[in-house]
Write a protein that binds this ligand. Structure first.
Ligand code: ASP
Ligand code: SER
Ligand code: ZN
Length: 634
């Protein structure tokens, strides 16, 4: 009964004013309309999330159709609400919150597509791309390897050059070519949708969420600040990989083959810590084997994570969370394994979906996802349009920030994953910082280039016929890596990274990996930490928790610099805390590289070809790997 009456009130308001010439200037009326909007938004968003959850935790045609329909229903609501909202003279309003809510209601994304058949097609495409990615398999003899856990584990632990190449190429063959044409169509339709909202293209729309006119220049400045450190890390890792695999495989001055980093996208390199460990014979920094030895399972990992949050006085997970989350891969059906955290918009249902494995990587990811849930919980009583991060990067940073504390040797010892007395000498510290840098510093150029590529695709600087080649140019330019085998325009390597077929923007992770160190430093200060930043564990500090919680409660009700100010005392994004954290390692890397005669930077390769030359085989491929010039950065 209640639901029907919201409808009536909502649309009566619309009909009464639809013929009127003058805009409504009564702010009280606007507030009532916003309340109705909120109730209905909760309703449609909930139904859409439920259907999406059902689909992603049990991929089949019936669930897909229900998901597509629920998404279309939600879009219909969003579009109508947007249209109705234009009857108010928002510019004349004085209440900043009311104005901000109206401005957010206009961000209707794909729902901007007025042509219903096109919107149907786009919605179907999104579901299909997700399905292709999530059900992709690599044939290995008579076995079908799935991405999680098979490919992930092989890449993390495998050390055989050819086998790694098989896995790396196999995954790209499994999903890339199928996704290529779908992606092109998606780009066209999505640009059209966003164009109707008045944005230049999808990239322009995505960047607008940051409310920062100088956003691109600010990001470039941040990248330039951290790039010297990345180059030192890259050069050091290249030397060590050359020792492990041979200089014929990893050339001294060359970009590094992309399949040797323990990760499908060479985005985080912590899984090859063992190959690049600075000082051997120190305490184990990688605790995966300790987790296994001590009998940890997915539930234990989730419990430990929640315990960390509550030790700070933050909000615990809810009973529904524990009942309804999916924390291991089900054996009997296809699911979207890629970890994610869900807000069902009813202020009660919050869930994580994850195919958890007992590894340190996944322990990190559990904290990451729980950070999202904590944000959801903290802002659940905000109006729906404010139930977002201060900016998308803030949302990604919460769990990671806590995980910086959890990953300190001090804390790992506290939770029983390091035995014996802690070694706390300079060499042990450098080992620890190396592990952290492989995760945090190695990631930065990847996180930056992902959306450099997409922004260029959306605004036409990259055309549909050179998407793969331009991808590899950026991979080489920013990360200093090359594909181990020739690529061409039948391949679609960007599509082999989850966030691209799944329509999830990525610059948020670059922002996150900068700001999480700002949050961490602020929370360390609040907990009265003394000593080097990288040793800080704010476990059980209610002061640190309060500082974070107060910021999370704001959601996106205020522009992000205010949220930043609430937690750090200043309004800007800065790499200073990150650089401070890694300072001893940066110094060590410079000295070590100089002493080993290692130069930073890399020569330029063109590892792509027309399909004809690719078929011609490895000999021709090798000759095509021509060195154009040697540009050393130093
Ligand atoms: N949702 C996470 C990420 O994309 C999943 C992960 O960390 O594995 O941020
Ligand atoms: N979760 C993000 C990813 O998997 C960032 O680590 O790419
Ligand atoms: Zn995330």
């Amino acid at each position: 009964m209640a639901r029907a009456s919201w409808w009536v009130a909502f649309f009566l308001a619309t009909f009464c004013y639809s013929g009127a010439q003058t805009l409504i200037t009564d702010e009280e009326e606007a507030k009532q309309w916003l309340e109705q909007y909120n109730t209905m938004a909760e309703h449609y968003f909930y139904l859409s999330e439920e259907a999406n959850w059902a689909y992603e935790t049990d991929i089949n045609d019936q669930n897909q159709q229900a998901q597509v329909q629920a998404s279309l229903n939600k879009d219909k609501f969003k579009k109508e609400a947007y249209d109705n909202s234009t009857m108010f003279d928002v510019d004349s309003f004085t209440n900043e919150t009311v104005k901000r809510l109206f401005s957010k209601i206009k961000n209707i994304g794909n729902a901007g597509l007025r042509d219903q058949s096109k919107l149907n097609r786009l919605t179907q495409l999104l579901a299909d791309m997700k399905q292709v990615y999530s059900t992709g398999k690599v044939k290995d003899g008579d076995r079908d390897l799935v991405f999680e856990p098979d490919l992930v584990n092989e890449l993390a632990t495998g050390r055989d050059y050819d086998r790694l190449q098989f896995i790396w190429k196999g995954w790209r063959d499994a999903v890339g070519p199928t996704l290529r044409d779908m992606y092109k169509e998606y780009v066209t339709l999505k640009n059209e949708a966003i164009g109707e909202l008045g944005y230049d293209d999808v990239g322009d729309y995505w960047r607008s969420w940051y409310e920062t006119p100088t956003f691109e220049a600010d990001l470039e400045a941040l990248w330039q600040e951290v790039r010297p450190m990345y180059l030192e890390l890259h050069a050091y890792v290249r030397r060590r990989l050359g020792e492990a695999y041979g200089k014929d495989k990893v050339g001294e001055n060359d970009p590094i083959p992309a399949h040797l980093f323990g990760n499908m996208w060479s985005q985080q390199w912590n899984n090859i810590y063992d190959l690049v460990e600075p000082f051997s014979g120190k305490q184990r920094i990688d605790v995966t084997s300790a987790m296994v030895a001590k009998g940890w399972d997915a539930m234990r990992m989730f419990n430990e994570s929640e315990q960390f949050f509550t030790s700070l006085g933050l909000i615990p997970m809810t009973p529904d969370f524990w009942r309804d989350s999916m924390i291991v891969r089900p054996a009997d059906r296809e699911v979207v394994c890629y970890a994610s955290a869900w807000d069902f918009y009813n202020r009660r249902d919050f869930r994580i979906k994850m195919c958890t494995e007992v590894t340190q990587d996944d322990l990190q990811t559990v904290h990451h996802e729980m950070g999202h849930i904590e944000y959801f919980l903290q802002y659940k009583d905000q109006p729906v349009p404010f139930r977002e991060g201060a900016n998308p990067g803030f949302h990604e940073a919460v769990g990671d920030c806590l995980a910086l504390s959890v990953s300190t040797p001090k804390h790992l010892k506290e939770i029983g994953l390091i035995d014996g007395t802690l070694q706390e000498d300079d060499e042990a510290d450098i080992n620890y910082l190396m592990k952290q840098a492989l995760e945090k510093i190695a990631f930065l150029p990847f996180a930056y280039m992902m959306d450099q590529w997409r922004w260029k695709v959306f605004d036409g600087r990259i055309t549909p016929d050179n998407m793969n080649q331009e991808w590899w140019k950026l991979r080489q330019q920013y990360q200093g890596i090359i594909p181990p085998v020739l690529r061409d325009e039948k391949d679609f390597d960007p599509g082999c990274k989850f966030h691209i077929p799944s329509d999830v923007p990525y610059i948020r992770y670059f922002v996150s990996f900068i700001v999480q160190f700002q949050f961490y430093e602020a929370m360390c200060d609040a907990s009265d930490h003394t000593g080097p930043l990288y040793k800080c564990d704010f476990y059980r500090s209610p002061q640190a928790g309060q500082l974070l919680g107060d910021m999370l409660k704001l959601g996106s009700s205020r522009p992000w610099p205010e949220a930043m100010e609430a937690i750090t005392g200043s309004r800007a994004m800065t790499a200073r805390p990150l650089l401070k954290y890694f300072e001893p390692l940066t110094t060590w890397l410079r000295q070590n590289n100089t002493a080993s005669g290692v130069r930073t930077g890399w020569s330029q390769f063109e590892p792509w070809a027309s399909s004809a030359t690719k078929e011609a085989g490895p000999a021709l491929a090798t000759t095509l790997f021509c060195v154009l010039c040697c540009l050393f950065v130093r």
